[in-house]
Design a protein around this ligand. Structure first.
Ligand code: IUR
Length: 293
C-alpha cells in the first residue's frame, strides 16, 4: 500500500468522494476527472481508491458518471490515431471464455474484406486464456510493437494483434490491479469502463463486443451479461463509435481445442478451409443468444 495523500493544493479530498459514493450520491464531472488523474499520478492512497472502488461496487455509477469515468480513464494516457489509413477500422472484444480463439481466424477474415483490424489484446484472466498467450506459442512471435509498426502493418496487411503499450490507459493498469486484490472486479460499471476505455483509446471506428454467458464465463446469467453488454454499447455509442454486442453461449468450450498452441493450430486449420469452429455446438443450443446495438 502506498501512503499518498491528496496534495494540499488538490481541489478535492478523496475522503469526500468516498463518503458521497458510499452514501449513494453522485460524483461531479470535475471530481471524476480529478480522482482518475490523481490516482494515475500516485497522488491518491491505494486504500482510498480501494474504498472508492468498493463504494462504486455497491452503489454503481449513473450513466453520466460512467461516461465521464471512462473518458477520464482514456485521458490518463495516449490515444492511437488510425485516421491516416485509407480503410475503415473495426475491432472486436471478447469478455473471455474457455477455448475462445475467435480473434485468431476473425482478424484476417475481416482484413480480407478490406477493413483494418487494430486488435490490442490481453492476457489470460482467471480461468480464461488470452489471445497474446495463445500467439506466444508461435516461436519468435512478439506481442509488443511500436505505434509506427502497428500503423504500417495495418496499411500493408490489414490486421495487427499485439499488446497494448504502457501508454494506453495507464489508469486502468493501476485500477485493475487494485480491483484484483480488493474484491471489486465483478462490478458492471468498473468492468465496462475498464474494457471500453482501452477499446475507445485505440481510436477504432466500429466495435463488436462478444459478451460470453454461462458457466465458463465471468457473467453466469443472461441477465447480468445483457446488462454488461448494454452498458458497454451505450459507452461506445456515446463516444461516437459504432458499437454492437453479441451475447454468446459459454457453457461448453468453444470449438474443438482448449490450450494455447492447440487453439492456434485449430484457427489455422479453420482459415485453411478445415472444420468450422461451431461444428461441435449442438444445434439445439444456439451460439448467439442475443444481440444489442
Ligand atoms: N477485462 C478488462 O479489460 N477489464 C475488466 O475489468 C475485466 C476484463 I473483468
Amino acid at each position: 500500500m502506498t501512503t499518498a495523500t491528496s496534495p494540499s493544493h488538490a481541489p478535492f479530498h478523496a475522503v469526500d468522494l468516498i463518503r458521497t459514493k458510499r452514501d449513494g450520491g453522485e460524483l461531479s464531472d470535475a471530481q471524476i476527472d480529478w480522482v482518475i488523474a490523481a490516482y494515475t499520478a500516485h497522488e491518491i492512497a491505494e486504500e482510498q481508491m480501494s474504498a472508492l472502488a468498493m463504494a462504486v461496487f455497491f452503489r454503481g455509477l449513473s450513466g453520466r458518471e460512467l461516461n465521464r469515468w471512462t473518458q477520464a480513464m482514456i485521458n490518463s494516457g495516449e490515444r492511437l490515431d488510425f485516421s491516416s489509413l485509407s480503410k475503415p477500422t473495426a475491432d472486436k472484444h471478447s469478455t473471455g471464455g474457455v477455448g475462445d480463439k475467435i480473434t485468431l481466424p476473425l482478424a484476417p477474415l475481416v482484413a480480407a474484406c478490406g477493413v483494418a483490424v487494430p486488435q490490442l489484446s490481453g492476457r489470460g484472466l482467471g480461468h480464461t486464456g488470452g489471445t497474446l498467450d495463445k500467439l506466444e506459442s508461435i516461436p519468435g512471435w512478439r506481442a509488443s510493437v511500436t505505434n509506427e509498426e502497428m500503423l504500417r502493418q495495418l496499411a500493408e496487411v490489414g490486421a495487427v494483434i499485439c499488446a497494448a503499450g504502457a501508454g494506453l490507459v495507464p489508469a486502468d493498469k493501476k485500477l485493475y490491479a487494485l480491483r484484483d486484490v480488493t474484491g471489486t472486479v465483478e462490478s458492471i460499471p468498473l468492468i465496462a469502463s475498464s474494457i471500453m476505455s482501452k477499446k475507445l483509446a485505440t481510436g477504432t471506428a466500429a466495435l463488436v463486443l462478444d459478451v460470453k454467458v454461462g458457466s465458463g464465463a465471468f457473467m453466469k446469467t443472461l441477465e447480468s451479461a445483457s446488462e454488461l453488454a448494454q452498458t458497454m454499447v451505450d459507452l461506445g455509442q456515446a463516444a461516437g463509435v459504432r458499437t454492437m454486442a453479441l451475447l454468446t453461449d459459454m457453457s461448453s468450450p468453444l470449438g474443438l481445442t482448449a490450450g494455447n498452441a492447440l487453439e492456434v493450430e485449430e484457427s489455422i486449420e479453420v482459415l485453411a478451409g478445415g472444420y468450422a469452429i461451431g461444428d461441435t455446438v449442438p444445434e439445439e443450443r444456439p451460439l448467439i443468444l442475443d444481440r444489442i446495438g
